[in-house]
Design a protein around this ligand. Structure first.
Ligand code: SF4
Length: 530
């Protein structure tokens, strides 16, 4: 090995100094995560004895807990996840800074609810807004704010003025007119603004925006307005997803239906009389998130600024969250309680929640750890002890990689095969050489170390149709992240270019010592066992 590379590897490794005398290797072995779990229990018991004993009791008999009580328990624990992770990874300051960024946006959502929606838009209707002089309003508003109008500046000023409405009557009137003009006239003067927006009505028969009429060859047609066309010259993303403000905007739009046991995004939207799932205008059941992710609780935790806890909340039911979210799945959105207006954009918020953690120092290691140790998972906070069972997983698409994860956390060893060629990853990240030998791997400090240019990345072949079938709308670097979550584990091995029914079949698999074969081949062949 080149000396420079060796030196830099050592420097990176020593840069991770875990708290509680833990080593990096502890994060990736069962004894280590069991120790981490005990430390967390001690931490909670020390700062909130009642919460600690509720957690211990809940773990003994999780199914005895009512859904609402479980939510309350997890919501109470979430802030401790942020604190504990901060201490464990030595990044308390980074977590606090990011939390401050969350809190700094809180006035925007309070102002949107209390002033823009309840005052300005109620008082000034679209016709009146059309008659307003936007240029004059902008000049007056800029003078009132003593600087350019931004979401945060406007919200902070208006909330202050609202504390004494009589004294600030003129300023509030100008602010109401400015807000109504922005929203009703769709001005978009502030790119990315989450303050001057109102959820649009949804017409299921008119879901494609920006269509224009076109008459050609004697036929009346609809076509996309050329101004809204996005070109796809390569593999780069055409949609980068939401930023923190966008994510918090959606989380604050959510009304936290778990409080009433009506979080239909997670459990499905049911008919009040028959209790059957309601259907969309196109006859599809609104069954909610197939994983029953704790979406409402994730949103509430995120709005509180406990963003590591928010990710842990999602990871309880959706550990492979890097493979879901923005532009990937939207069953949750379709079942959102908002049926007549835009639903909460849950997938965008979920992906942003993951990114907010990944972008922390050691963010990948934090997410990775949460897939093996999750204190919010009262049923399986740490992987079970080795069972001795060996499972052959056929196919490494979303079903295969998710099942592989759960099997390992249930204590089983997994060998996964995929018909596609799987390119080796850098052993310094994966811990596996191209020959399949296990070697020590390095902690990832900066998530950008793993990110590759989408136009130039080599297809890693992992993720089945996710690798080949989805382009430009999903960052495939997330596939590498998922692969590392699995490949770094001692109980996992994967082999590409291996077709079930060819090099390996039912008889030979059992003869090789597998106890079970799990077919996750999706659209690939074969899908039937005789
Ligand atoms: S996302 Fe929609 S259904 Fe789910 S909790 Fe929020 S408002 Fe309710």
């Amino acid at each position: 090995m080149n000396d420079d590379i060796h030196t830099s590897k050592q420097a990176m490794k020593t840069a991770l100094r875990l708290g509680h005398d833990l080593s990096f290797e502890d994060l990736y072995c069962r004894d280590g995560v069991v120790r981490i779990d005990r430390l967390f229990l001690d931490h909670v018991a020390a700062v909130d004895q009642d919460l600690g004993s509720r957690l211990t009791t809940a773990r003994k008999n999780p199914d005895a807990l009512e859904a609402r009580d479980e939510s309350d328990l997890l919501l109470g624990l979430a802030p401790h996840v942020d604190d504990f992770i901060g201490t464990l990874f030595g990044i308390t300051g980074d977590i606090q800074s990011r939390a401050v960024e969350h809190h700094a946006l809180a006035p925007v959502f309070a102002c949107r609810r209390l002033f823009v929606q309840r005052v300005a838009l109620k008082k000034i209707k679209p016709l009146d807004a059309a008659a307003l002089d936007g240029d004059t309003l902008t000049t007056t508003m800029t003078a009132l704010l003593d600087g350019a109008v931004s979401d945060v500046a406007f919200a902070n000023a208006v909330l202050t003025w609202m504390e004494d409405e009589e004294v600030h009557a003129d300023a509030l009137e100008t602010a109401a007119q400015y807000a109504a003009w922005q929203v009703h006239m769709n001005v978009h003067a502030h790119p990315g603004s989450v303050l001057f927006r109102e959820p649009a009505r949804v017409d299921p028969y008119d879901l494609v925006p920006n269509l224009i009429d076109l008459a050609a060859h004697g036929v009346d047609m609809k076509t996309m307005d050329p101004a809204h066309l996005r070109h796809r010259p390569g593999f780069k993303l055409t949609d980068e997803g939401g930023d923190l403000a966008g994510c918090l905007s959606e989380a604050n739009y959510c009304i936290f239906c778990h409080n009433q046991g009506k979080d239909s995004c997670s459990r499905g939207l049911r008919d009040k009389k028959t209790n059957a799932f309601r259907q969309t205008a196109f006859g599809v059941d609104m069954a909610g998130c197939p994983l029953e992710e704790k979406i409402s609780e994730m949103h509430l935790t995120k709005t509180d600024g406990n963003f590591v806890g928010a990710l842990a909340m999602a990871v309880v039911d959706n550990p492979m969250v890097a493979g879901t979210g923005h532009r990937i799945c939207n069953d949750c959105m379709k079942s959102c309680i908002y049926q007549k207006q835009e639903p909460v954009n849950i997938p965008m918020g979920e992906t942003r929640t993951l990114r907010d953690v990944l972008e922390l120092p050691w963010g990948f290691e934090i997410y990775s750890l949460l897939t093996r140790w999750n204190p919010l998972n009262i049923r399986r906070p740490v992987p079970l002890a080795e069972s001795g069972y060996k499972v052959l997983v056929v196919g490494l698409g979303p079903a295969g990689f998710t099942l592989s994860h759960h099997l390992m956390n249930d204590g089983h060893a997994v060998v996964a095969i995929d018909g596609a060629k799987i390119e080796p990853l850098d052993p310094r990240y994966s811990g596996v050489t191209p020959k399949g030998e296990r070697v020590p791997f390095d902690p990832v400090r900066d998530i950008n170390e793993l990110m590759e240019d989408l136009d130039n990345r080599v297809m890693a072949g992992f993720g089945g149709v996710a690798e080949y079938g989805i382009t430009v709308r999903w960052d495939k670097n997330y596939l590498k992240i998922i692969r590392l979550l699995l490949e770094r584990r001692q109980a996992f091995a994967l082999f590409g270019g291996t077709r079930y029914g060819g090099a390996l079949a039912e008889d030979s698999a059992y003869a090789m010592g597998f106890d079970h074969v799990a077919l996750c081949a999706g659209a690939g062949k074969p899908t039937v066992l005789s």
